[in-house]
Ligand binder design. Structure first.
Ligand SMILES: O=c1ccn([C@H]2C[C@H](O)[C@@H](COP(=O)(O)OP(=O)(O)OP(=O)(O)O)O2)c(=O)[nH]1
Length: 234
């Protein structure tokens, strides 16, 4: 098995290339850099689980703990005697974006690719349509695959894929955000409790002479005196 060199990639033309559309400037050493296409899905507990259509160069972001499906711009047509290998550029991976879907493209595959990715890093990752972040390597097989028909690939992100993973989920990041917010509520309650004790204490201090005189007056009323006399007679 030999991997295609940049010379082999460069000798291809738009009609023989396994990548369509084919732009030679996307050849990067011995791989071809595929780009983010027009459909994406980014998970979110409050999202409507809809695939988002991107216009040219439109940007989007994936927060820490978010999961996403990204469809490539390019259609891939792998000959029966070749196999493809796919990944994400290291510079993007260093920010924490990991590819959690497969890493090969079958001989005879025809269609776009869907990357399932996860932001495992601590920062929001900004991406845009047309960004070339998916390297594709092609290798020759020692013999052609036994397959005789092309394998129908993806041309969009199927709603079935999204329905399978949708629902009320909580990532570690969202959990940490919820803990932060609960902590803030507790701190607010604690300071409310502290200040209400001080206010009640001050009120008692200010009102205590008045309360004392009211009690004294009540005890000195004729009814109170009568009660006291009766008590004395008994
Ligand atoms: O991240 C990936 C990995 C693969 N593929 C495409 C190319 C590959 O040829 C096809 C099928 O992949 P794989 O054989 O790994 O998946 P499977 O679950 O075994 O599907 P199938 O039963 O269609 O072979 O899906 C993607 O779009 N994204």
């Amino acid at each position: 098995m030999a991997f295609w060199s940049d010379k082999t990639w460069n000798d291809l033309d738009v009609t023989t290339s396994p990548v369509r559309p084919f732009k030679k400037k996307r050849i990067d050493d011995s791989n071809y850099l595929l780009s983010i296409g027009e459909e994406i899905y980014v998970s979110s507990p409050d999202s409507k689980n809809n695939v988002k259509k991107l216009s040219d160069n439109e940007s989007f972001s994936i927060d820490p703990g978010q999961f996403a499906f990204l469809l490539t711009e390019e259609e891939i047509i792998i000959p029966f005697d070749k196999i493809g290998f796919i990944s994400i550029r290291a510079s993007v991976k260093f920010n924490g974006l990991v590819n959690i879907s497969g890493f090969h493209v079958d001989p005879g595959y025809k269609g776009k690719l869907i990357f399932a990715v996860f932001n495992a890093g601590p920062i929001r990752i900004h991406l845009r349509r047309g960004e070339d972040i998916f390297p594709l390597w092609i290798a020759d097989l020692d013999r052609p695959s036994t397959r005789t028909e092309y394998k129908k690939g993806h041309y969009n992100i199927p709603s079935k894929l999204i329905n399978q993973i949708s629902g009320d989920f909580t990532t570690a990041y969202q959990l940490s955000e919820q803990i932060k917010s609960a902590r803030k509520d507790i701190d607010e309650l604690k300071s409310f409790n502290f200040y209400s004790k001080i206010i009640i204490g001050l009120l008692l201090l200010v009102l205590s002479p008045y309360i004392k005189s009211t009690i004294d007056k009540t005890l000195r009323t004729p009814e109170a005196a009568q009660v006291q006399t009766k008590d004395g007679a008994n």
